[in-house]
Design a protein around this ligand. Structure first.
Ligand SMILES: [Zn+2]
Ligand SMILES: [Zn+2]
Length: 187
């Protein structure tokens, strides 16, 4: 069975070099849907608590919310950084609080202080699914990711084959030593 949850992400981007309107900087509210698949954990009668998917994923997804997403070779990138620098907000600001955990994968690097994500490939809806899967595949048994941006929707299915030991009392993943980090249950 599957546990499914969605995330709202407001971001700006552009398709650098694309022959169309999307080569101009513009913004979206994107909706990301993550489907986690596993057996039903009998102790709690759940696959995986949706609020826990939210917590695990939002730690990194926060980087895409109220952010600018640019390809590494986009000349807007140094231009934006120099404006942020001159304005004194490049390395953070007291009101820049909802920051994600910085990450670096082969496909994307997040700079939470600048609310910037730099990507290797153009950040299309398909590109976003690849980035998100790479970020979360080791933490969640992801069966499907769907990303909606305006009238555009892309989805991809994955083989959820990890064995994730879950707490029979609260449903979340046990740590390496078989202890629940939330309620202290020990296997
Ligand atoms: Zn767009
Ligand atoms: Zn627990």
């Amino acid at each position: 069975m599957r546990s499914i949850t969605t995330f709202d992400l407001q971001y700006a981007h552009r398709f650098f070099g694309f022959q169309g309107e999307a080569q101009y900087l513009h913004g979206h509210t994107g909706i990301l849907t993550i489907e986690v698949e596993d057996s039903v954990n009998e102790g709690v009668n759940m696959v995986y608590p949706c609020n826990e998917i939210q917590k695990v994923a939002w730690d990194v997804l926060k980087n895409f919310d109220h952010s600018l997403i640019l390809r590494a070779d986009d000349p807007l990138l140094p231009a934006i950084l120099s404006v942020y620098e001159a304005q004194g907000i490049k390395d953070g600001h007291p009101q820049n609080k909802m920051k994600g955990i910085a990450f670096e994968t082969e496909l994307a690097t997040a700079y939470p202080d600048s609310r910037l994500v730099v990507t290797k490939e153009t950040m299309t809806i398909e590109g976003m699914i690849k980035i998100v899967y790479a970020l979360l595949k080791d933490k969640l048994n992801i069966a499907k990711i769907t990303f909606t941006s305006g009238v555009n929707i892309a989805s991809a299915e994955f083989q959820p084959n990890k064995v994730i030991e879950r707490c029979p009392l609260c449903g979340i993943s046990l740590d390496e030593s078989g202890v629940c980090p939330k309620c202290g249950y020990k296997k």
